[in-house]
Design a protein around this ligand. Structure first.
Ligand SMILES: NC(=O)c1ccc[n+]([C@@H]2O[C@H](COP(=O)([O-])OP(=O)(O)OC[C@H]3O[C@@H](n4cnc5c(N)ncnc54)[C@H](O)[C@@H]3O)[C@@H](O)[C@H]2O)c1
Length: 250
């Protein structure tokens, strides 16, 4: 098949829905063969059938499952560490609550396990093969909330800032080995993750909600620019831009 990703193999976690499903579709259109990985077997299999790809049941918080998946798979050229949740699953609670009010230990551990451990375990599992082959690109779906504040969901902001920090630090560490890692940092995107309240909140920022197709464009931009440790942002009505910190750090 022709396309920018012809002949490449891609793995997308959280590929059963939203941004992950959109990246899986776009990569397929660009010629890649895609493995959709998710805990949601029904929707994940549906996406895999739609794109003519494969489905793998994967709980990203399970490091043994990660190692098993990678050991039993042909090498991946592109790995999207995308699975993620917000603190209350549907991001923002009632505005009468203060932000940590409902974050009990279970809610806190859940988001830290999926958004942080899930990415670290995934990166740790896939990097050795990429380094051995001296090729590969890891895309981490962080968020604009990894760069700016998200006042109603500070723990979500914590996890996404953590992912940007991980990507920034791994970028130069992996570059000498021929491996690239980049962060995708979109604003609100129209997926099941974004509740009605979150959509209202987006308006207070004059931010809007992006169509999910932007996820494919964002991923393709990061892949084609291939800048180690970079962060790629997009907001409604604005073009995709690389976020570059102000001097003296930029
Ligand atoms: N939607 C937005 O506005 C937005 C903006 C910026 C970043 N993001 C990030 O994009 C990523 C995808 O979010 P989305 O909006 O597509 O949400 P979504 O809810 O549509 O999809 C998330 C997917 O992750 C899967 N998942 C959850 N826990 C998992 C686990 N333990 N193992 C494997 N898969 C698991 C779910 O089953 C689901 O298919 C997340 O990391 C999210 O934080 C979303």
């Amino acid at each position: 098949m022709s396309g920018q990703l012809a002949g490449q193999r891609a793995l997308v976690t959280g590929g059963a829905s939203g941004i992950g499903a959109e990246m899986a579709r776009r990569f397929t259109r660009e010629g890649a063969s895609v493995v959709v990985a998710d805990v949601n077997d029904a929707d994940g299999k549906q996406v895999a059938i739609e794109i003519g790809g494969e489905f793998a049941h994967l709980d990203v918080t399970d490091s043994d499952a990660w190692n098993q998946l990678i050991a039993n798979s042909e090498p991946f050229d592109i790995v999207c560490l995308n699975a993620g949740v917000s603190t209350h699953q549907n991001v923002i609670g009632s505005t009468s609550n203060y932000p940590l009010e409902k974050v009990d230990n279970d809610a806190y551990e859940r988001i830290m396990r999926i958004n942080v451990d899930g990415v670290v375990f995934g990166a740790r599992a896939v990097i050795p093969t990429m380094v051995a082959r001296k090729t590969g690109h890891i895309l981490v779906t962080a968020s604009l909330a990894g760069i700016i504040a998200i006042a109603p969901d500070p723990i979500y902001g914590l996890t996404k800032h953590g992912m940007v920090g991980l990507v920034k630090s791994l970028g130069p560490a992996l570059e000498p080995h021929g491996v690239c890692i980049s962060a995708l940092c979109p604003g609100f995107v129209d997926t099941p993750l974004v509740s009605e309240l979150a959509r209202e909140y987006a308006k207070t920022f004059s931010m809007g909600v992006l169509e999910v197709s932007v996820a494919g464009d964002l991923a393709m931009r990061a892949l084609s620019e291939r800048i180690p440790g970079s962060q790629w942002t997009v907001m409604a009505g604005q073009p995709i831009v690389q976020y570059v910190p102000a001097p003296p750090f930029g």
